[in-house]
Design a protein around this ligand. Structure first.
Ligand SMILES: NC(=O)c1ccc[n+]([C@@H]2O[C@H](COP(=O)([O-])OP(=O)(O)OC[C@H]3O[C@@H](n4cnc5c(N)ncnc54)[C@H](O)[C@@H]3O)[C@@H](O)[C@H]2O)c1
Length: 354
């Protein structure tokens, strides 16, 4: 397999690259990434000297460049992680970049996949495209749940997913779309909940919780997500959507209590802050379709505490990783804070991230 991994320098993409390189000796792999504020070559340090691996800096919106790279490296399979991913940025910083990358960028990949006769394209997407479930219901998202995104981030992802469907029906492009739940694990950009809270607590600062903290997410270890994507690259049926989740529903408050406990703090360390506009209450994934292909998560609900403990420990052991990241990305982070100060939905990003 000659695999192109777009967005491979981010959190999930880099974990996936590491998993694939360890699993397949005959793989050749090209990471194609724009290196936005969220892209970090340090995430790919383990593979950088491997002769099977190449890095190309590029934007998925640039169709000519995508075509050139696919042809030059004889790419046979493509997986797309490239996205603007931070929900708060899509609300407070404007949605244009989200539409460009998440919708238009996905369509450019589809055009390149078509032109270069790619055997399989997996477009990595999110359960957030389904919108929200009621807190007190026991409903789950299935692949047939209507697409009803509530945030600009999720709407832009849904746009890309719908393009995948249209290209399959119209042009017979061999594409599979995934809808995965919230990921945790190493190398996550520290504006997201778990690393954000860990680094706050390491500085003895309070951890801010939106609203009442009862919002529920379905958490999956990034290693299990990588394994699921590998299964779909090999066995996913073109034109189909697959949900990915580990049956691990947790409220934000529950996760926070676990992190506080692991790090030796009490609940006095919590600060409740004004809720995010359009904050979805509950996500829950029915993953029986991908399970029927033979995939099972190693970190289910019973192993969640262990997975979280290992993740917290990884961030504690890798403070250099985060310090280097902040130093490299300082300008982008400051520019975003400035944008927010001039926006009509003001918030202090240092206060609350999810
Ligand atoms: N993090 C989660 O919990 C989660 C859950 C479900 C689905 N997803 C999806 O998984 C994918 C990866 O998420 P993540 O958390 O690793 O994101 P991330 O923000 O950590 O990484 C995104 C990567 O994409 C790159 N990128 C952004 N715009 C690009 C462009 N125009 N061209 C090329 N590269 C570009 C960035 O440089 C970065 O390396 C996204 O599509 C996201 O929607 C994430």
């Amino acid at each position: 397999m000659k695999l192109l991994v777009t967005g491979g320098a981010g959190f999930i993409g880099s974990n996936f690259v590491s998993y694939m390189m360890k699993t397949y000796s005959d793989l050749s792999l090209v990471v194609y990434d724009k290196l936005t504020y969220a892209g970090n070559l340090a995430n790919l340090e383990d593979v950088k000297d491997d002769p099977r691996y190449t890095f190309v800096q590029g934007d998925i919106v640039d169709l000519d460049h995508l075509n050139q790279v696919m042809a030059e490296y004889g790419i046979t399979h493509v997986i797309n992680f490239a996205a603007e991913t931070h929900v708060d940025r899509s609300i407070h910083g404007g949605a244009k970049e989200f539409i460009l990358t998440n919708t238009l960028g996905t369509q450019m990949i589809l055009d390149a996949v078509r032109k270069n006769s790619i055997e399989k394209f997996v477009n990595v997407s999110t359960d957030e495209v389904y919108g929200s479930l009621e807190l007190d219901s026991n409903k789950e998202f299935t692949e047939d749940t209507p697409i009803m995104p509530n945030m600009p981030y999720a709407a832009a992802k849904a746009g890309g997913d719908l393009m995948c469907h249209a290209y399959f029906v119209t042009h017979n492009v061999p594409v599979v779309v995934t809808h995965c739940s919230n990921n945790y694990g190493p190398y996550q950009f520290p504006e997201k909940l778990i690393p954000f809270f860990v680094f706050k607590l390491m500085k003895n600062e309070k951890v801010p919780i939106y609203g009442d903290g009862k919002n529920i997410r379905d958490w999956i270890h990034v290693h299990d997500h990588a394994k699921a994507l590998d299964v779909l690259l090999h066995k996913g049926v073109s034109g189909e959507v697959y949900n990915i989740g580990a049956d691990n529903e947790r409220s934000n408050l529950n996760i926070t209590h676990m992190i506080l406990d692991i790090m030796g703090f009490g609940t006095e360390q919590i600060e409740y802050v004004t809720d995010r506009p359009g904050h979805d209450r509950r996500y829950a994934i029915n993953a029986s379709k991908i399970r029927s292909l033979g995939w099972t998560p190693e970190y289910g609900p019973k192993q969640f505490h262990k997975g979280l403990e290992q993740t917290v420990q990884w961030y504690k052991d890798n403070t250099n990783w985060v310090e280097d990241l902040w130093n490299k990305k300082k300008n982008e982070m400051n520019a975003f804070q400035e944008k927010i100060e001039h926006s009509d939905t003001k918030m202090d990003v240092s206060k609350r991230i999810d």
